[in-house]
Design a binder for this molecule. Sequence first.
Ligand code: ADP
Ligand code: 5GP
Length: 191
Amino acid sequence: MSAKPGKLIVIVAPSGTGKSTLMKKVRADFKGRLIESISYTTRDIRPNEKDGLDYFFVSKPKFEKMISNDEFTEWALVHGDYKGTSKRYVEKKMKEGANLIFDLDIQGTDSMKEAFGDQAKAIFIRPPSYEVLEERLRGRGTESEDAINTRLNNAKIELSRSGDYDYSIVNDDVNVAYNKLYRLIEDLIGE
Ligand code: ADP
Ligand code: 5GP
C-alpha cells in the first residue's frame, strides 16, 4: 500500500456541456498518472462508444442485481438510466494509492463527497449559458427529442448546483477551459 493516499477527482457537468470532450484530452494527457473509473450503465450504447471503454453496458436486471449485492460505491438513476461506480475497482485502485478520476452526475458527486470528504475534489464544468448548452446537445445529435428534453430539464437543476462544489470552470472556448482544467488537475495530483 502506498503511504500517500491518491486523489479522487470528480468531474460534474450538465449533459451537453462538453465534459466528454474535455475528458478525452485529460485521458490522453494524464495517461498513467490518473486512472479513470469506468462506470456501469443500462443506457443504450451510442454508435461512437465502446463497451468496456466508455462504460460497461449491462441490462437492467443485471444492474439491479449488482445494487442488491452492494457492488457500487455510488449509483444513481440519471436521465432515466442507471449509472454506477464499481466498488471493487475503486477500492483496489485506492489501495494502490492511485489518483482516480470520475465522470459523475450531481447525485453521484454528492455521494462521493459524503463518502470521502476532502479526499474527493469535485470540479463543476459549466456551459457559457443554458442556450449554448441546448445548441451543443442538439448539435451532437446523439439523443432522441425526448432524451434531449429530459437532459435539458435536468440541466436546470444541475446548473443551480454549480456553486456547491470545490471548483468551477466555464467551457466557453474549449482550449481555454481545458488549460484551466489541466492546471487544476496538475495541482491536485501534485499536492
Ligand atoms: P457532454 O459529455 O458534457 O455531454 P460533449 O463533450 O459530448 O458533452 O459535447 C457536446 C457537444 O458540444 C459535442 O458536439 C462537442 O463537440 C461540442 N463541444 C464541446 N465543447 C465545446 C466548446 N467549448 N465549444 C463548442 N462546442 C463544444
Ligand atoms: P451520458 O449518458 O451522456 O454518458 O452521461 C449522462 C450523465 O451520467 C453524465 O452527467 C455523467 O457524468 C453521468 N454518469 C456517468 N457515469 C456515472 C456513474 O457511474 N454514476 C453517476 N452517478 N453518474 C454517472
